[in-house]
Ligand binder design. Structure first.
Ligand code: CP
Ligand code: NVA
Length: 299
């Protein structure tokens, strides 16, 4: 693996190997090898972050490397220097890069022009690191996804939903997305996805029925703040105890966080499932360390 740019580009075998490695790194935290020793990794962020920033900074350090956090306000990218120039400069100085930004193409261009291992730490299209942590949590909590139904309630075309749809395509589990009609994935995306195991509808109760994993995420992703018309589409989409009555026995609720209680999830439901949700947050660290180790391996 040279880069991690999307879940779409990973095979089932690669996902499985990353999760195996993450579990090993989690068990051996504090005593595992440090394959990033002597390396500096740039973290270029043009959007806010708590979990991603902290988990990458800690993870890079635990693997022996030095993280260099570069917000867009600190570097010339924020004043309009092209991503391909930023990439060519950083590529000559640092050993790898973690990028959080808007356009997926910017991460793709960074990888191409820098020539160094590049990780997508969230774009408008995908959040692959989060999905790896989510899958790790499903494996730990439920033993895996085989034979289980996964539901996603919320924005049907956000980075999280798109990443879950690609994960379902690659791994073959049933994924039911419930989203207001105006927020559902367009036909051309679904045609490209070409996954009969992924269904999209507008009734959350149908999606949640018999689901073992119920995911949600903010209704307005970063960059969409203030889109009140979009937010109004989501009436009736709060994940709460009433919505979960027909979920499978022993189901878990996941939320990538940050959460807006009283919007996409009720306070009661978030707190009832906090064990899984904060395990999911912690798993960012372990899953990303597995990604970094894989990227350091000789190709
Ligand atoms: N889930 C997630 O990526 O959180 P942050 O935006 O805080 O990094
Ligand atoms: N869909 C959300 C995920 C945040 C981790 C966003 O892009 O803001």
């Amino acid at each position: 693996m040279k880069h991690l740019l999307s879940i779409e580009q990973l095979s089932a075998a690669e996902i499985s190997a990353l999760l195996d490695s993450a579990l090993e790194l989690k068990a051996a935290r504090g005593s595992h090898a440090q394959p990033l020793a002597g390396q500096t990794w740039a973290m270029v962020f043009t959007k806010s972050s708590t979990r991603t920033r902290v988990s990458f900074e800690v993870g890079i350090r635990e693997l022996g490397g030095f993280p260099m956090f570069l917000s867009k306000n600190d570097i010339q990218l924020g004043r309009g220097e092209p991503i391909k120039d930023t990439a060519r400069v950083l590529g000559r100085m640092v050993h790898g890069a973690v990028i959080r930004t808007f356009a997926q193409q910017d991460v793709v261009d960074f990888a191409e022009y820098s020539g160094i291992p590049t990780v997508n730490a969230l774009t408008d299209d995908e959040h692959p690191c989060q999905i790896l942590a989510d899958l790790l949590t499903v494996r730990e909590r439920l033993g895996g996804w085989e034979g289980r139904k996964v539901a996603f309630v919320g924005d049907g075309f956000s980075n999280m939903t798109r990443s879950w749809m690609w994960a379902a395509k690659r791994l073959g589990f049933e994924l039911a997305v419930a989203s207001p009609p105006a927020c559902q994935p367009p036909a051309d995306f679904l045609a490209t996805l070409d996954a009969p195991n992924v269904t999209v509808g507008s009734d959350p109760l149908v999606a949640v029925a018999d689901a073992s994993v119920i995911n949600t995420d903010v209704w307005l992703s970063m960059g969409q703040e203030g889109q009140l018309e979009k937010e109004q589409e989501f009436a009736g989409f709060e994940v709460n105890s009433r919505m979960l009555v027909d979920a499978a026995e022993g189901h878990i609720v996941l939320h990538c966080l940050p959460a807006y209680r009283g919007k996409e999830i009720s306070d009661e439901t978030l707190e009832a499932h906090a064990g899984a949700i904060f395990q999911q947050a912690e798993n960012r660290l372990h899953a990303q360390k597995a990604v970094l180790v894989a990227l350091c391996a000789k190709h």
